[in-house]
Every structure is written in C-alpha cells, then in structure tokens.
Design a protein around this ligand. Structure first.
Ligand SMILES: Cc1cc2nc3c(=O)[nH]c(=O)nc-3n(C[C@H](O)[C@H](O)[C@H](O)COP(=O)(O)OP(=O)(O)OC[C@H]3O[C@@H](n4cnc5c(N)ncnc54)[C@H](O)[C@@H]3O)c2cc1C
Length: 503
C-alpha cells in the first residue's frame, strides 16, 4: 500500500482520492479552505441555497462511469434530465429551444430558422463519427511526449475535428444564420474561451450537449463534493480542511512529501489539485531555469535531468455572478437559458480582445426550481445569473458589478422573468476579484484558457514534470475544465501514478 497526499479538495482531488482509495491506497487530503469542493460550492442565505459555480451537467455517462470505477454506490447521485435542454434568447426576439432527439431538434430549428434543420443533422452526423475517436484520443490519454500528440493518426483526427479553425468558424460550415452559429459555438464559454478563439476540436462540446443532453444534479452540483467526502471519510481517507500546503519536497528527482502548517510530512507520491500555475511556487526554486545556481549543481541535488522551464499561462475569462432568492416562480421558464445581445460575436470580441464589458453583455440564467421542486421553498425560487467578463481582478469591480447586475436583471425581467425585480428577497454578487481572492488563477473562473497553445500536449499533463511521484489534476491540467473533464483528468493522473507505483 502506498501513502498518497492530495493537495486540494476540489473535484479533481476528491475524484483522485476516490479512485486511489478504491485501489487500497492510503490517502490524505489537504485543503486550505474550510470545506472541500473548490469551485463546486453553494451560496446560502436564510431559506435560499443555490450553486456558486457549476450548474450544467454534461457527459453524464463519463461522470457516472468514473464514480462507479471509484466504487461510489450507483444511486448516490440523482441526475435530472433537462428536456428541453436549454433555451437561447436572441435579441431579434427569436428563441431557439434545444430539445432532445435529432429529428425533433431539426424540426425545431426549421420552425425558427427555415431550411437550417438539415445543417444540424449534418453536424450531428459528422460529429457522431468523430466524437468517439476524439474522446479516446484527446480526453482519455495523457501526452507524456510530443510525438504521442503529433502521431499521424492524431494529426488526421485533428484536421477532421478542425483544430486549425476556431469553434465558431467550424460550426459556420453547417449553419447560414449568425444566430445558429452562436447557438452551436457559445459552449466554449462554459470553459472560459471565446468561440472565435477556441479551437474547432471543441465542436465536441455542442455535439455532446445535443447528443447526450444537459442535466442537473437534484439539489444542486454543490452536493457532489459533499457526497464524495462522505464516502471518502467512510473509507478512512483523512481530510484536513483549513490546512494549506506550503511546499513540496523533492529529493533525487522524486517528490517525497510536503510541508503543511510548518510541519514536514513524508509520502510515496503527491497529487496536486490546486490551480496549476501555482504549483511552481510550491516546488524548490532551483528546479526551474532562470535561477543563478549552475544547472549541473541543480541536476546533482535534484536528480532531475535538466531545469524545468517556467510556465507562462493565459487565464480563462472571468464571471460576474448574481445569486438571487425570489418570492415567486417562473414555471414556464427553462432550467438553463442564455440571453444574447445584438451580436454575440461583437460582444465577445469586446470582452476577449479589448478586455471591456459591453453595456449589455450576454448572460446565462440557472433556474433550478423549473425542474427541481426542492430547489427553493414552496412558491419561491433561487436564480443564478452568469455574465462572462474579463478575468482582470484589478478592475474596479465595486463600481462595475452593481450597475452591471442592475442592467442584467432589468433585461432578464423584460425577456424571460416578468416581475423579477419586485420579487427579489436576496441578492449577492461575485466578481473576478472574489475569484482571485479564493485563489483562482488570474481571477479567471475556469483555469487556464482553452486556446491552442494551452491544449493537448501544450497543456500541463497529469505527470507534469520529470519528477517521480508528482502528479496533477484539475481545470488547468489536460484534458481541461468542466466537472466531468476534470474527473477524467484525475482518473488519468491516478492511472499514471499507479503505473509508477507498480514499477
Ligand atoms: C462560475 C463557474 C461556473 C461553472 N460552470 C460549470 C458548469 O456549469 N459545468 C461544469 O461542468 N463546470 C463548470 N465550471 C467549472 C468547474 O467548476 C471546474 O472545472 C471544476 O470544479 C474544477 O475542479 P478542480 O479539481 O480544478 O478544483 P478547484 O475547484 O480548483 O479546487 C481546488 C482546491 O484546491 C485547494 N488548494 C489550492 N492550493 C492549495 C494548497 N496549496 N493547499 C491546500 N489546498 C489548496 C483550493 O482551496 C480548492 O479548494 C464552472 C466554474 C465556475 C467558477
């Protein structure tokens, strides 16, 4: 049995602990916050409780499969299928309802956008062939060497998945309408990327949404860490909350433990689940290039083959979030809705290219009571508004966020939630400055950005450095952000770790 320390009790850390403990390893989690879950949390006030971070459950089979592999009893999560999946409100007054079923969706598209349903069927047909290969090649295996990523088979697949184009440009070959192009590329915002900058490989996202549905966890996504930590504690996994890891020990090219609360602890391996760019600061400085000490001396003392190049990372976009409790419900409204401005493309160019917030930006609304009667007290609702904004924690959010929230609430009242403002009983706003305070890299909500230079082999890997016994999982590590994908990354990291332990 090996002793493994996990730094961070986010979804990646908890999933890794689940998989490792299932395989009989002794696991200890160190979490600096007072609770586990990281971004997966609740905001609560009086009778109201709403998710703080993730709300949209995609790829439920991936999520359930990993939990099953970790030995979590099958009925531990109650996933609710959203049908309609979601609703997208365009400024023109048109509304696209995403529905389950290919023929039904094509008919729905034709109803609002005559003649465009066939483009949707063509998109789904092409992606049905590519998705299984894309998932196996880009979501289920690490890239320890460049040549694994640039293999002839992968190069062909990347070209078919249009990795060389943007997601928006890739979907444009299926739809003539700008609004439909938005509707099938805005999913990059789920991971903090601009549709016009995120590589076309991410067509897997809108495909997965229409093919496997959009779901929500009954009671909220915030339940997931609670369910996982209950299971871990029942297995004897130690979880130390309120305990920051201050450094990792590396001796002879191997990570042999960590320091927390000024005390050194020894482990056979360490899995890091914090924001990846912050890992460097926990490692001995002489491992990295750019220091005065001679390379040869470093190599002798660390056992590493050479100095590690310091990473330079671009954060994902940030969010202004409005959490609200109201004294009424909107049963005719869907659980997941998007409200788009005149031109989503212009709006997002302002955000991603110029770092500015439009007067009236795009936003997403989560209305869980539409499908989960227990989401709020009888007759009342909790709502969650997510507005993509620049990640910059140094903008004057105190001055920006209040008026921005007012404009968004006013707009939502007119376009989908009549009587909203008068019904508000509780309201809380969260900005990139809060995200930054909580340790999210650069104030971005989703880890490092999903741009070509930070994808696949260019993203930090589950075995990030040539240091034995050191592994990483989380939103900024391959294969990337989003709860099921992070869990998939944790699974990869655990497989790599177990392989090394068996050598
Ligand atoms: C507003 C928002 C909306 C989102 N919406 C969705 C959605 O709808 N669907 C979806 O699937 N995903 C969504 N996501 C993304 C999803 O939440 C993340 O990808 C995922 O939760 C990240 O998990 P992680 O493992 O990287 O851990 P994190 O959440 O980053 O947690 C890492 C933990 O490590 C701890 N830590 C860091 N350093 C140390 C240290 N030195 N010592 C001890 N502890 C440390 C931190 O305190 C933290 O608890 C959303 C995220 C946000 C913020």
């Amino acid at each position: 049995m090996s002793r493994v320390a996990i730094v961070g009790g986010g979804i990646g850390g908890l999933t890794a602990a689940l998989l490792l403990s299932r395989q009989g390893q002794q696991v200890v989690i160190y979490e600096r916050a007072g609770r586990v879950g990281g971004r997966v949390a609740f905001e609560e006030e009086g009778p109201y409780r709403v998710d703080q971070g993730p709300t949209i459950v995609l790829l439920p089979e991936m999520l359930n499969g990993i939990l099953e592999e970790g030995g979590l009893p099958p009925d531990s999560l109650e996933l609710l299928r959203c049908d309609p999946l979601c609703r997208i409100h365009f400024r023109s007054g048109r509304v696209l309802t995403k529905v389950a079923g290919l023929a039904e969706q094509a008919a729905e598209i034709d109803r609002e956008f005559p003649g465009e349903g066939s483009g949707f069927l063509r998109f789904m047909g092409d992606m049905a062939r590519l998705f299984p290969q894309g998932k196996a090649s880009f979501l289920e295996q690490p890239f320890n060497r460049r040549r694994e990523f640039f293999s002839p088979a992968n190069l062909v697949l990347m070209s078919r998945l249009r990795a060389y184009r943007s997601l928006r440009s890739a979907v444009s070959s299926y739809f003539r309408s700008e609004e439909l192009r938005d509707a099938f590329s805005l999913q990059s915002l789920y991971i903090g990327g601009a549709p016009f900058r995120t590589p076309g490989i991410y067509t897997m996202l809108p495909y997965a949404e229409s093919a496997f549905g959009i779901w929500m966890l009954k009671g909220g996504y915030g339940q997931l860490p609670q369910i996982l930590s209950r299971e871990l504690l029942s297995r004897g996994v130690e979880i130390h909350t309120g305990t920051e890891v201050e450094g990792l020990t590396v001796e002879d090219g191997r990570c042999t433990g960590l320091t927390a609360g000024g005390v050194k602890h020894s482990y056979d391996a360490v899995l890091y689940n914090g924001e990846f760019p912050q890992l460097e600061a926990l490692l001995p400085a002489q491992l990295f290039s750019g220091n005065a000490a001679a390379d040869s001396a470093v190599q002798r003392s660390s056992g590493a083959r050479g100095r590690i190049k310091r990473g330079r990372y671009q954060p994902s976009s940030g969010c202004v979030l409005i959490y609200a409790g109201t004294d009424r419900r909107w049963p005719e409204s869907e659980t997941h809705q998007f409200f788009l401005p005149d031109s989503l493309n212009d709006n997002l160019r302002e955000l991603f290219d110029q770092g500015r917030i439009s007067q009236l930006p795009s936003y997403y609304v989560f209305n869980p009571a539409a499908i989960d009667d227990t989401a709020a007290p009888p007759g009342q609702s909790v709502l969650y508004f997510l507005i993509p904004v620049p990640a910059d924690p140094d903008m004057d959010w105190e001055a920006i966020a209040g008026p921005l929230a007012e404009r968004v609430l006013e707009d939502a009242e007119q376009r989908g939630f009549p009587g909203l403002k008068a019904s508000l009983r509780w309201k809380k706003i969260r900005t990139p400055a809060d995200a930054h305070k909580d340790g999210l890299y650069g104030g971005g909500s989703f880890g490092i950005a999903p741009v070509l230079s930070q994808l696949g082999v260019f993203r930090p890997q589950p075995r990030p450095y040539p240091i034995k016994g050191l592994y990483a999982a989380g939103a900024s590590v391959h294969p990337g952000g989003g709860v099921p994908i992070v869990m998939q990354g944790a699974r990869m990291a655990v497989h790599e770790l177990m392989k090394e332990m068996k050598q």
